[in-house]
Design a protein around this ligand. Structure first.
Ligand SMILES: *Cc1c(COP(=O)(O)O)cnc(C)c1O
Length: 447
């Protein structure tokens, strides 16, 4: 029997898929596209804020912009008073240009360019300083206001991380900030951990609260910490995921390709999104004493968080048009009018596993399971959107749509390029009014 990994059921998406609108859009736009659901972004943001309110923690959410290039999500940040985490001059411009105020930005990333530092400082953005030489450059910026900064902590539990300042460097940085007087406003500390575990975040956050107290003894304000992002997204149900991990083998993939379980994103997470924040806050740093929420309240420390992927959970999907179907021994190859550049997991030598949904152009296909991998419309043998032979409910036909679910977080546009002079897929914003889906382009085409 073929292994199957459909995404969690999503009634809003299912209604949209049944409405016929996606076929109209593919026709009107002349091919595949991504659709975005900003109402989901709002709901995810509200869930994070509800956890802060429930736990009595003063906190702020900054959307990590690198997770998606669309304007729609940054517009929602401006409208709802959320902050944005930017890491380049382009991202900073985008955020400001869509109405997010400079004070609501946090600037992360290593060794930031001179222009990024200067404009961030002029705009009153909070700069997460990653190294001592960067701190010197920040202290020498010629701007008429104190520069707001955080010191990024190198995570002791991830010694191979290239980010942040170690203990000695933090001591040196604190002295430097204290000596700089009114030129800087040292507001606290930050980290961003890879992986999705809760415990290391609770522990390191507790350490950062202590660092704030230490910095205050030097006369620095140190009243906030940022715990970065890395809130997991739960894409598929537990039972299907466990079965998949236990049984997947090269025979399930085109070309007998081998994936080991460690190659995959953890597509199922029992604790995800805002629930992960709750677990972080209700955990005890170092396994003892008060929980993190209480430590923050007692110390008067504001919690900043920078979710990217988790704010985009179910906030968009990628639609491809079937361009051809051919048979191989025991399975088929479906070719779509796009490339694997629109599913960036492929570029980490991995595979985006939540299964595409087949939306037939017209009814009448014999309902007989048909297993097929999905290739891109390029001349690269390795350009497959899905190597796995997916069990489709019927043999796809030219003109049918394949909808890859839940791709807004990092999948849809991180790696897109106009390879082969193929146009980049448009982004379509879908909003529901009185239950009816309405659409607009995420950006107006240039004249
Ligand atoms: C990438 C990144 C994030 C967002 O991570 P997610 O896994 O999308 O939540 C937040 N902060 C920093 C500093 C990052 O580099």
């Amino acid at each position: 029997m073929a292994l199957t990994l459909p995404a969690h059921p999503d009634p809003l998406a299912e209604r949209l898929h049944a409405s016929g609108l996606l076929h109209e859009l593919a026709h009107g736009l002349g091919g595949g596209f991504h659709y975005l659901l900003p109402e989901r972004f709002d709901a995810n943001l509200a869930a994070f804020r509800a956890v802060l309110a429930d736990t009595g923690v003063d906190g702020r959410v900054y959307y990590a912009k690198k997770a998606n290039k669309a304007a729609a999500f940054v517009e929602r940040c401006a409208a709802t008073g959320a902050g944005v985490d930017v890491a380049s001059l382009g991202e900073l411009r985008e955020a400001l240009g869509h109405g997010v105020r400079g004070e609501d930005l946090v600037v992360t990333g290593p060794a930031k360019s001179e222009a990024l530092l200067r404009i961030a400082a002029l705009q009153g953005a909070l700069i997460a300083v990653d190294a001592l030489d960067e701190l010197e450059r920040v202290l020498h910026l010629d701007v008429p206001r104190p520069v707001r900064l955080l010191l990024r902590r190198h995570p002791p539990a991830q010694p191979r991380s290239r980010f942040g300042l170690d203990d000695d460097q933090l001591d040196a940085a604190l002295s430097r900030c204290a000596a700089a007087g009114g030129r800087v406003r040292m507001e606290g500390f930050s980290f961003h951990l890879s992986g999705y575990e809760v415990r290391p975040r609770t522990d390191l956050a507790g350490e950062l609260v202590d660092l704030c107290l230490k910095a205050r003894a030097l006369g620095l304000p140190a009243d906030r910490i940022s715990i970065g992002g890395g809130f997991a997204v739960d894409y598929v149900p537990a039972d299907a995921w466990e079965l998949f991990l236990a049984e997947q083998e090269p025979g399930h993939y085109h070309g007998g390709r081998t994936f080991t379980t460690g190659d995959f994103y953890p597509y199922h997470s029992p604790v995800a999104g805002a629930d992960a924040l709750r677990s972080i806050l209700t955990g005890r740093p170092g396994g003892q004493g008060a929980d993190l929420a209480e430590r923050l309240r007692e110390a008067g420390v504001t919690l900043l968080l920078e979710p990217g992927r988790a704010l985009l959970d179910r906030a968009g999907s990628s639609v491809f048009v079937v361009q051809g179907v051919k048979d191989r021994a025991g399975y088929g190859i479906v070719t779509v009018d796009g490339t694997s550049l629109s599913l960036s997991e492929q570029w980490f030598n991995s595979e985006y596993l939540p299964e595409p949904v087949l939306l037939p152009r017209s009814p009448g296909q014999a309902a007989k399971e048909y297993r097929a991998c999905v290739g891109g419309a390029s001349c690269l043998d390795s350009d497959l959107l899905t190597w796995r032979k997916i069990p489709f409910p019927a043999r796809p036909r030219v003109g049918d749509l394949l909808v890859y679910p839940n791709t807004a977080g990092y999948q849809m546009d991180s790696n897109e390029s106009p390879f082969h002079d193929l146009p980049l897929p448009a982004k379509v914003v879908v909003q529901h009014e009185d239950g009816r889906p309405r659409w607009r382009l995420d950006r107006r085409p240039a004249l």
